[in-house]
Design a protein around this ligand. Structure first.
Ligand code: ADP
Ligand code: ZN
Length: 735
């Protein structure tokens, strides 16, 4: 007889190791990919079997048995397990937490993959029972037995039976006891996926699109394509043709989109053109919907899965293509817990599956551009707008000569007037909500700060509140300075204030503000966007949310209210980011017949960045930025990892990182730089002191080896109990 295998189980705890168990009593060993219920300390936990082993280091007396096997067949395939392991290793994050993050909540909690239905049926003894005799003594039992006999051996689902005979449960007890009927569970089948219809034809591809399509089609197995196409160049049309090929070949397509890119507009465009209903995955779904999509993807019946970052983990046995749209978007990187980049995992997954991955953007990140230069990835350009629309024209407004009043300078006001007069729609863009109005006293210069964070409070004039955007605390708006008692007024241009100022100047026009304040409630975002798209609103006011992927047919003018903060950021990525946000929002203008205008207000019109962007576009800015990064040895020419810590005592936060620093220096090769520990850019947040330690290396392998050694030691460090800490591999928010 074969020796009982040891099960290596992933459990959702913050420890980077697997746990060994014996199979459940009397049961066969659960296969890798199955969930098991296990005793863990004094609790019970749901775990996933990763592999079988012949032996264990746990002494015989101590090793415990699984309580139960939760899946008859593996929930996760070998490929799925590979991706989870890879994620755990690359991001130096505990495997149990990675597995938990990848599973829908219901499965994580141990619920069945398929909901079960209970069925009752007549037994053999029941079939041969004498119903007439029974009817004399117990008419209700006879009635029930009669119904079950009519229903036959497959029986009736309890719910259906209740409809036929609401009181059946009273009679059932006696029949169960006499063995005349029995009960069993069956699996609830998913509804058939909606049928495939022909789908509407799209435009004939232009020459650039056609050549892009052919290049990608000709890929033989794994290849990374960077589809570098200006806004409105028809990238989505290229995706659609590729999806068609793969779906027609009976394979599955995974499309990752930014959080805000998953609009009903995109979903209905895919549906109309492909003739299938895409399976959608995003954070707004309920647990049941999420599980259903996951199940359909796993079963292979979902041919097209469109989702935000966590969709990268969805099982797809017939995966044939991955598309990442707007790859530069920050929402692909998770910023807490498991800090993974869905874009980077898409590349890893495609490689493991030996399929193509297409990363599209009008403003590709420098990391990708560098890979294209060194021929790891293939860059495909779509240099022109499709359908004849012209690129927008840029103009700078010098705020030193024509200062802004309530956020708007005279030249910008005149441009708005002119575009509205000729029936155009205008978009006023505020670079990020973070540059929101603060409450500053003009007598003593006191700025109101959050009492729990090192952060200024933001004025929300309409609700007459001060809010902290970092910890969420709020309080009523002060009318007098808390420091000197003088009367105070909000300063700066928040979206709300801009909206009010525009309403005053253009009272006859309809204004729609779209930012995270106005769109917090479910569905309000979609409604606001629909209003904007249909042109009901003449003036749109918004933040980054409005700049992504939307198509507003009537929009002809974009005003960039406050671009300057981006010129002087401390982050090495600041010029890349400013260029991305300006190009993306500018790309909303003039997507149809009339050429779009973009007006940028700046107090630094002579800054070389602006000339470079306006004359050379994103390709010039990115080329310059790459040269600078190479000279200064920042990514993509080096690799980074950031260790963060937060504690109630500042001392603890730093001491923990001092230990980490020491460990790194002891084991480190010379090509590793250790910077810090220093206070985090926001040194205090929600009552905790925060610090960080930056590791930089030109040798990725060496950096990863070091992190791999470091993590288990830090987990055992006694100080770790007083500190919240994390490792962020390839961090994108540094300073
Ligand atoms: P992107 O994804 O690059 O922003 P889209 O694929 O959404 O671009 O295309 C922008 C607009 O141009 C859409 O309205 C689309 O229908 C239209 N379009 C795309 N390709 C063509 C083409 N070959 N001929 C005519 N119109 C096109
Ligand atoms: Zn705060």
């Amino acid at each position: 007889m074969a020796k009982t295998p040891i099960l290596k189980v992933a459990i959702n705890v913050p420890l980077s190791r697997q746990f060994d168990y014996l199979p459940a009593k009397g049961a066969a060993a659960a296969k890798p990919g199955c969930r098991v219920l296990v005793p863990f300390g004094r609790r019970r936990q749901v775990g996933v079997v990763l592999s079988h082993a012949a032996k264990t280091e746990v002494p015989d007396a101590k090793i415990r048995r699984c309580i139960a096997t939760l899946d008859d067949n593996p929930l996760l395939s070998a490929e799925d397990l590979w991706l989870l392991r890879f994620t755990s290793e690359y991001y130096h994050h505990p495997i149990g937490e990675v597995v938990a993050a990848a599973l829908p909540a219901a499965l994580r909690q141990g619920k069945a993959l398929h909901a079960a239905l209970t069925v009752v049926a007549i037994s053999d003894a029941g079939e041969s029972a004498d119903i007439e005799t029974l009817a004399k003594r117990a008419p209700r039992q006879a009635e029930l037995l009669e119904i079950l006999r009519d229903a036959g051996g497959n029986g009736l689902e309890e719910e259906a039976l209740t409809e036929l005979l609401p009181t059946w449960r009273r009679a059932a007890k006696a029949l169960f006891e006499k063995g005349l009927m029995h009960r069993f569970a069956i699996r609830r089948e998913d509804p058939e996926p909606p049928g495939v219809s022909a789908g509407q034809p799209g435009p004939t591809l232009n020459e650039h699109q056609e050549s892009a399509l052919q290049t990608i089609r000709n890929a033989d197995g794994f290849d990374v394509f960077v589809l570098d196409g200006v806004t409105g160049s028809g990238k989505t049309e290229v995706y659609l043709q590729l999806m068609r090929d793969i779906i027609d070949a009976g394979r599955q397509v995974l499309v990752l989109v930014p959080e805000i890119g998953l609009t009903p507009q995109l979903v209905s465009r895919l549906q109309n053109r492909l003739g299938i209903v895409p399976s959608v995955l995003h954070s707004g779904l309920g647990d049941a919907e999420r599980l259903q999509t996951w199940r359909n993807a796993r079963a292979g019946s979902a041919q097209l899965v469109v989702g935000t970052r966590s969709a990268i983990f969805v099982p797809m046995p017939n995966l044939g293509l991955i598309i990442v749209d707007e790859e530069h978007d920050h929402s692909f990187k998770q910023q807490e817990g498991l800090r993974y980049s869905a874009r980077d995992l898409a590349i890893a997954r495609a490689k493991h599956r030996d399929v193509a991955v297409v990363l599209g953007s009008a403003t590709p990140t420098l990391e990708l551009l560098q890979h294209c230069r060194s021929d790891n990835y293939k860059r495909i350009e779509l240099p022109e707008r499709a359908g004849g629309a012209r690129p927008p024209a840029f103009r700078l407004v010098d705020l030193n000569r024509t200062p802004a009043v309530d956020g708007i300078s005279e030249p910008l006001a005149a441009a708005i007037e002119e575009h509205l007069q000729s029936g155009g729609q205008v978009l006023m863009f505020l670079n990020r909500r973070g540059f929101a109005p603060t409450l500053i006293c003009s007598s003593c210069s006191h700025v109101t700060e959050c009492t729990r964070c090192d952060s200024r409070m933001t004025v929300h004039a309409r609700d007459r509140q001060l809010r902290c955007h970092h910890c969420g605390s709020y309080r009523p708006l002060d009318t007098t300075c808390t420091s000197c008692g003088a009367e105070v007024k909000p300063l700066g241009e928040g979206t709300q204030r801009l909206e009010e100022a525009l309403q005053k100047r253009f009272p006859q026009h309809r204004i729609q503000r779209i930012d995270s304040d106005t769109t917090q409630r479910k569905g309000t975002m979609d409604a606001a966007l629909a209003m904007a798209e249909e042109g009901v609103a003449d003036i749109l006011v918004g933040t980054q949310m409005l700049s992504k992927g939307h198509h507003f047919p009537k929009l002809t003018l974009v005003g960039i209210i406050n671009a300057d903060q981006g010129l002087f950021g401390t982050d090495f990525r600041c010029s890349e980011r400013l260029a991305q946000s300006v190009i993306q929002v500018a790309g909303r203008a003039g997507r149809e017949s009339r050429q779009g205008d973009v007006v940028i207000q700046t107090a630094f019109p002579d800054n070389p960045f602006w000339q470079c962007l306006i004359e050379g576009g994103y390709s010039q800015v990115s080329a310059d930025a790459l040269a600078e990064r190479e000279a200064t040895r920042w990514p993509p020419f080096t690799r980074l990892a950031l260790i963060r810590s937060a504690a109630h005592k500042q001392r603890d936060a730093h001491a923990f990182l001092d230990i980490a620093r020491q460990l790194v220096l002891e084991g480190a090769a010379e090509h590793l730089r250790v910077l810090g520990p220093v206070d985090a850019p926001m040194a205090r947040r929600a009552g905790r002191y925060r610090a960080q330690l930056l590791l930089q290396s030109s040798n990725r392998k060496a950096l990863h080896n070091m992190l791999g050694r470091l993590r288990p030691i830090l987990e055992k460090e006694p100080l770790a109990r007083r500190v919240r800490w994390s490792i962020d591999v390839d961090p994108i928010e540094l300073f």
